[in-house]
Design a protein around this ligand. Structure first.
Ligand SMILES: N[C@@H](CCC(=O)N[C@@H](CS)C(=O)NCC(=O)O)C(=O)O
Length: 203
């Protein structure tokens, strides 16, 4: 199994889950726009996993697939309709609302043809992230996990989404619950192994 990633990207989420599962896999670092990678994944984005002749893409689908392939680990709730809803609800929020809210900040040139307008696009992205961070910060008050009482694929995906917050002008510590949650998870053994492998922290 090969995991394609850019360091610190949303591919950190499946990387963490693979570490939690103790999976036998090889992380492969990609350079954005690499023509060889475009032959493998024409969209050029990560994460992607190559396994038994097939390419698996889309973080949400990959995380559910990893969890379903390793049911004993119970990384996607307890299979009740209520827990399924909670997992899917938060995955949709993180992958469909929060992640894209960062795009205008990271890649403002994709959102305007006016070179003078780049700062305004970035500011609009920051405002959107702030709205979603407020929502998450309220959710995480007095909670150890994003969903229920044990770790799940939602925690794995929340971690890179909160690490990105450190790149924004507004300090992450202004969201006390997000900051505490992230600092706690960054001490987790599997999370640390994934971050070390991606070169994000020192061993
Ligand atoms: N919908 C995709 C989005 C993947 C995505 O945008 N990944 C980012 C890294 S976090 C990426 O590869 N960006 C490179 C680019 O947009 O060129 C998913 O959830 O997997």
């Amino acid at each position: 199994m090969k995991l394609y990633y850019f360091p610190g990207s949303c591919a950190l989420a499946p990387h963490i889950v693979l570490e939690w599962l103790g999976a036998d896999f090889e992380p492969e670092r990609i350079v954005k726009g690499d023509p060889d990678y475009l032959k493998i994944n024409p969209l050029g984005v990560v994460p992607a996993i190559h396994y038994e002749g097939r390419l698996y893409t889309q973080a949400d689908a990959i995380l559910h697939w990893l969890s379903a392939s390793n049911p004993d680990a119970q990384l996607a709730g307890d299979s009740t309709p209520e827990s399924e809803y909670e997992i899917n609800n938060w995955m949709a929020f993180l992958t469909g609302d929060l992640h894209p809210a960062f795009f205008p900040f990271f890649n403002p040139q994709r959102y305007t043809t006016d070179p003078e307008g780049l700062d305004q696009v970035k500011a609009a992205g920051e405002a959107l992230v702030a709205k979603f961070y407020d929502h998450l910060d309220a959710h995480l008050a007095n909670r150890e996990y994003m969903v229920g009482e044990k770790r799940s694929i939602v925690d794995a995906y929340a971690i890179p989404m909160l690490r990105w917050g450190r790149l924004l002008p507004k300090p992450l510590r202004e969201y006390p619950n997000l900051n505490a949650y992230l600092e706690r998870w960054e001490q987790d053994e599997g999370v640390r192994r994934a971050m070390i492998e991606q070169g994000l922290v020192k061993a």
